[in-house]
Design a binder for this molecule. Structure first.
Ligand SMILES: [Zn+2]
Ligand SMILES: [Zn+2]
Length: 380
C-alpha cells in the first residue's frame, strides 16, 4: 500500500527550517516535504537489484500520487541498471512502464481523481515551453525529465523509476488507462507500445501498405500487433524459424527467416515501411533493398556500435532511413485509447519484484514472451 499523504512521516530540510525560524527573509530553495516508500534499487553496475527505501515528494498542487500496481521491464532498465549508457547515478531505480491507481491529488489537479487507473511512461516532466513541448512532442524537449536517469525538478536528485510502491507525477504527464484492458498486459504499452505505434502512425500505415517488422521481442511483437490493427499486410523478419507460428498468432501475414538469402531476395522492393526493432549488430543494407521506391526503414532498436550503410540502395530508389523515439503525451494517450478500442495489449509474463535479477538474465537470452511485468504487490 502507498501511505496516504496525511499519515506519513514528514520531514523538512533542516536548513530551510532554521532559516524560517531565524526570520531570515532571503528565499532559500526548500526541499519539498517527502515520504518514504519501498523500492528495488542497485548501487553499482555489478550489483543485483535489491530492496531499498526511497523518498518521493508529497504531492504539490498539480501532482498526482500513484500506487504502482504493475511495472513493465524494458531493455532500457537493464542498460540503465548496469550503466551501459554511462549516465547512471547510483543508487538507481529503473522502471518506466508504470500502471497504478491514484491515491492522492494536489488541490489544483483537474484531470484525475482518487481511484482512477492511470499510467506513466518514460517521461515525468519537460520544459513545457519549447517548440517540441508546445507541439506535443515532449520526448524531444532538450530539458525533458525522464522517469529515471534525469534530475528531479523538485528534489534536485536523480529521478527514481517505477520499481517502487508509489510515484508522484505532475498531472500533465499522467495518462489515463482504458478500463477494459488487463492492467498487467497494458503496462508495456507505456514504452514498447508507444515506441512502435508512433512511427507506424506517422507513416499513416493502413490498408494497401506492406509493413515489415524486424525482430520479435518486446518491441517487435507490439509492432506486429499495431501494423495489423492499422490494416497493413505484415511481414515479420526473424533469425529463428521457430518463432513463425507465434508471429502469425500475433498478426503477421508472412514470416521471413532473415538468414535465408532466397527468402530475403523474394521480398526485394516490396515494402512501404520496415520497422527495425533489433538492438544487436545486424545488416541494415539487406533491409534497405526490400523497400519500394520512397520506402522508409525506421530504427527503434539501438545497436551499441555504428552500423555500415551503403549509399546505392538509398540513392537509386530514393529510399530513406530514420529513427523514432517513444511519443509525446498526446500521442501516447491516443495510443492507449486506440488499444482500449481494439483490445490491444502486450503478451506478458508476470514476475515478483525479487525475481527481477533472474528476469534480466533471461531477457539477455531472449527468453521472454514478450515482456516481463512486475507485480508490485510482491514488494510489500
Ligand atoms: Zn523502455
Ligand atoms: Zn520543452
Amino acid at each position: 500500500m502507498v501511505p496516504a499523504s496525511n499519515n506519513i512521516n514528514l520531514h523538512v530540510e533542516d536548513r530551510a527550517k532554521r532559516a524560517m525560524l531565524s526570520g531570515n527573509a532571503t528565499p532559500i530553495m526548500t526541499k519539498p516535504i517527502c515520504y518514504s516508500t519501498k523500492a528495488f534499487s542497485t548501487t553499482s553496475p555489478e550489483s543485483p537489484l535489491s530492496a531499498a527505501v526511497i523518498e518521493r515528494r508529497v504531492p504539490t498542487a498539480t501532482d498526482v500520487q500513484i500506487q504502482i500496481i504493475y511495472c513493465g521491464v524494458c531493455h532500457s532498465d537493464l542498460h540503465f541498471a548496469r550503466n551501459e549508457w554511462n549516465f547512471t547515478q547510483y543508487p538507481a531505480v529503473p522502471g518506466h512502464e508504470i500502471v497504478g491507481r491514484v491515491t492522492a491529488i494536489g488541490s489544483g489537479v483537474k484531470k484525475f481523481k482518487v481511484g482512477d487507473t492511470v499510467g506513466v511512461g518514460c517521461l515525468v516532466d519537460s520544459c513545457r515551453t519549447c517548440a517540441d513541448c508546445t507541439s506535443g512532442l515532449e520526448q524531444f524537449c532538450l530539458n525533458m525529465v525522464m522517469t529515471y536517469g534525469s534530475t528531479d525538478k523538485h528534489l534536485g536528485s536523480p529521478t527514481i523509476g517505477g520499481y517502487a510502491q508509489s510515484i508522484v507525477v505532475t498531472e500533465e504527464f499522467v495518462l489515463r488507462m482504458p478500463s477494459n484492458l488487463n492492467l498487467a498486459a497494458a503496462a508495456p504499452l507505456l514504452c514498447a507500445g508507444i515506441t512502435t505505434y508512433s512511427p507506424l502512425r506517422r507513416a499513416k500505415v493502413g490498408p494497401g501498405h506492406t509493413v515489415g517488422i524486424v525482430g520479435l521481442g518486446g518491441l517487435g511483437h507490439m509492432g506486429v500487433k499495431f501494423a495489423k490493427a492499422f490494416g497493413a499486410h505484415v511481414v515479420l523478419f526473424t533469425t529463428s524459424p521457430k518463432k513463425a507460428a507465434d508471429a502469425k498468432r500475433l498478426g503477421a501475414d508472412e514470416v521471413v527467416v532473415s538468414t535465408d538469402e532466397a527468402q530475403m531476395t523474394a521480398q526485394a522492393g516490396s515494402f512501404d515501411l520496415i520497422l527495425d526493432a533489433v538492438s544487436a549488430t545486424h545488416d541494415l543494407n539487406a533491409y534497405l533493398n526490400l523497400l519500394k521506391r520512397d520506402g522508409n526503414l525506421v530504427l527503434v532498436g539501438a545497436p551499441e556500435k555504428p552500423l555500415p550503410l551503403a549509399a546505392f540502395p538509398l540513392i537509386f530508389r530514393r529510399r530513406s532511413i530514420s529513427g523514432s523515439l517513444i511519443g509525446g503525451l498526446p500521442e501516447t494517450q491516443e495510443m492507449l485509447d486506440f488499444c482500449g478500442k481494439h483490445n490491444i495489449t502486450s503478451d506478458v509474463e508476470i514476475i515478483r519484484m525479487d525475481e527481477i535479477n533472474t528476469a534480466y538474465e533471461r531477457m539477455l537470452k531472449g527468453d521472454v514472451k514478450y515482456r516481463f511485468v512486475i507485480d508490485m504487490a510482491s514488494l510489500n
